[in-house]
Design a protein around this ligand. Structure first.
Ligand SMILES: Nc1ccc(Br)nc1
Length: 453
């Protein structure tokens, strides 16, 4: 800016600075642009969040699966102009294979189901419905000036083999169970629900060719970002008259008669399930993935300050797309739930707990002479199921207490010559003070009694 000059000049200057930085060894300290390190304190938060996701999945009897982050590009190539395929993190590997870091998990799920399907008959060899979940790291190649992330962990929940909305209700129920497990209520988050079949009817009545339905949805999904005029312009470029479609999107959200039977049944079941208050019908929700065919939904923060928290929908034709015509009878529905927006929301609401390191014992030698004894004590405690942090060098009491506090230890076991010569270990309780002295409670415990602590 100071030097002036056009963008070419500026780009040349930025390139020179970047090159200079590469000479500076410290530039290797950071991970690649758009990616994150998870040091232990960050990892405790991530593990806490993922445990909440897994607990919700298990509460709804979903089974965990996983697959390589690397997939063939062909698995994701679609012709509907979706952002997710335009930003693929793809490359040609040393075998000349066109591969990509997966941008989403749903096509991989479809691949795993089709591995278990007789493609000649469409018969799936494993009992349906499948209720599967995974928390894969997914990737996109964003240009760095967007400053956005290139990876996130996306909790995926999918039901394969059920055509009725009972499947959507289980998924939405699991999502609301997860919200509540975090301390979030319908005051904090809502889930907009729609049925693409409502828009399909409008497009059919308006004479839109069926092969354009998906592209129209990808355009309409941009409504919030580019506004009705932007959508109208993009629809016109597709040779489609925007008015009927924009009118459907603006349909009355209060008039229950316009919901369509699937949405109405979904809302009734949600009422019975006790999470109806999280749901709101919104005819403008279509989601930006071409393969959705029916109910779609997206979770958002009620203040409207953040990007979508999660999104999903029914995709009854995806397995036919990959597996061939005989697979058209394999209905699917699922959602993706990224780790970033929810953590921003939880942070805003002070709902991320303080997660300190924890260990049952610190075991500490009085001097180098007690190190073999420390090894015996640590093994005895670990065999009894305790977690043990062994002090790797001798420490006196004060330093051992500091180590124990840093490690989040419940107890400190000192191994000192006098006590050890009598088969005893001095154990101090870090969490409970002696009511009279105010000092940490301590006692000399026979080595054989350690498992009973
Ligand atoms: N699909 C996708 C992948 C990675 C990120 Br970050 N966001 C979206």
């Amino acid at each position: 800016e100071r030097l002036g000059g056009g963008s070419k000049t500026r780009k040349a200057i930025e390139a020179a600075i970047a090159a200079a930085n590469k000479e500076d060894p410290t530039f290797l300290l950071e991970p690649p642009s758009g990616t994150r390190d998870f040091e232990p304190a960050d990892m405790r938060v991530r593990s806490w969040l993922f445990k909440k996701m897994k607990d919700a999945a298990v509460a709804f009897s979903f089974k965990e699966y996983d697959a390589p982050v690397l997939e063939s590009v062909a698995l994701f190539e679609r012709k509907a102009g979706e952002e997710i395929t335009q930003q693929m993190y793809n490359f040609t590997d040393k075998d000349g294979e066109r591969v990509a870091l997966r941008p989403e998990m749903t096509p991989t799920l479809a691949r795993l189901v089709l591995k278990n399907t007789n493609l000649a008959t469409g018969e799936v060899r494993v009992p349906l419905p499948l209720k599967w979940f995974s928390i894969p790291q997914c990737w996109r190649f964003e240009t760095t000036q967007r400053g956005r992330k290139r990876e996130h962990y996306q909790w995926n929940m999918d039901i394969v083999g059920e055509k009725s909305v009972t499947a959507e209700v289980e998924l939405l129920g699991a999502m609301c169970y997860f919200f509540r497990s975090l301390g979030l209520t319908e005051e904090d988050v809502r889930i907009r629900v729609n049925d693409r079949k409502l828009l399909d009817k409008t497009m059919k009545d308006a004479g839109v060719p069926e092969e354009l339905f998906s592209r129209v949805c990808v355009v309409v999904d941009k409504l919030d970002k580019i506004g009705a005029d932007g959508v109208a312009e993009m629809l016109s470029e597709l040779g489609i008259s925007p008015e009927p479609i924009l009118q459907t999107l603006a349909a009355c959200r209060e008039d229950d008669s316009s919901l369509g039977e699937d949405v109405e049944l979904l809302f009734d079941l949600a009422e019975a399930y006790g999470f109806r208050e999280f749901l709101v019908f919104d005819p403008s929700v279509v989601r930006g993935l071409a393969y959705y065919t029916g109910i779609v939904f997206e979770a958002f923060d009620r203040k409207g300050e953040l990007r979508a928290i999660a999104g999903g929908g029914r995709y009854d034709k995806l397995l036919e797309l990959y597996g061939g015509a005989k697979c058209r009878q394999i209905p699917c529905v699922g959602f993706g739930f990224g780790d970033c927006v929810i953590l921003e929301l939880l942070d805003d609401k002070r709902l991320v707990p303080e997660l300190k390191p924890e260990v049952d014992f610190v075991v500490c030698p009085f001097s180098r002479k007690e190190q073999t004894a420390v090894a015996m004590v640590a093994s005895k405690l670990r065999e009894s199921g305790f977690s043990v942090d062994v002090a790797l060098s001798p420490r006196k009491a004060r330093a051992a207490f500091d180590l124990a506090n840093r490690a989040g230890a419940r107890m400190v076991a000192f191994v000192a010559p006098d006590e050890w010569s009598r088969g005893l270990v001095r154990v101090k309780d870090m969490l409970h003070k002696d009511s009279t002295t105010g000092e940490a409670k301590q006692r000399d415990v026979p080595f054989s009694d350690l498992p009973n602590l």
